[in-house]
Design a binder for this molecule. Sequence first.
Ligand code: CA2
Length: 137
Amino acid sequence: MKIIIINGPNLNLLGKREPEIYGSATFEDYFKQLQISFKEVELSYFQSNIEGELINKLHEVGFSYDGIILNAAAYTHTSVGLGDAIKSIDTPVVEVHISNIHAREAFRQHSYISPNASGVLFGFGLKGYDLAVHSFL
Ligand code: CA2
């Protein structure tokens, strides 16, 4: 089974800034643990701060992978393009947010990803990515 985690803008700073909201682990360290936990899954990871690169990656994997776990970060709340990309691919997308976006500012409470996602996981910290992998299994 092939699953990719796609992270959007600023998530490369996890573990380095704002630990009170996003925790103190870097995503790279967490990802290594995830690969150990799910040895039977071919797991890959892509992060970009650039909207078009995220869309290109969805097109690249969206007709051959079994699952996409997407945390589009701030683009969640702004990107019609990412919403359209999810609509246009075959691979199911599970939307993950580390924080509970519904408990935060009003502008974070709308998602262009959710209407086209096969499932959503908000507010479980990094554990949300584990849960998303489980959901595909
Ligand atoms: O809770 C999430 O996972 C978010 O997708 C994180 C985004 C935010 O814009 C979304 O509303 C919710 C922000 C990612 C910024 O990540 C940072 C990590 C460490 C330090 C600073 C920013």
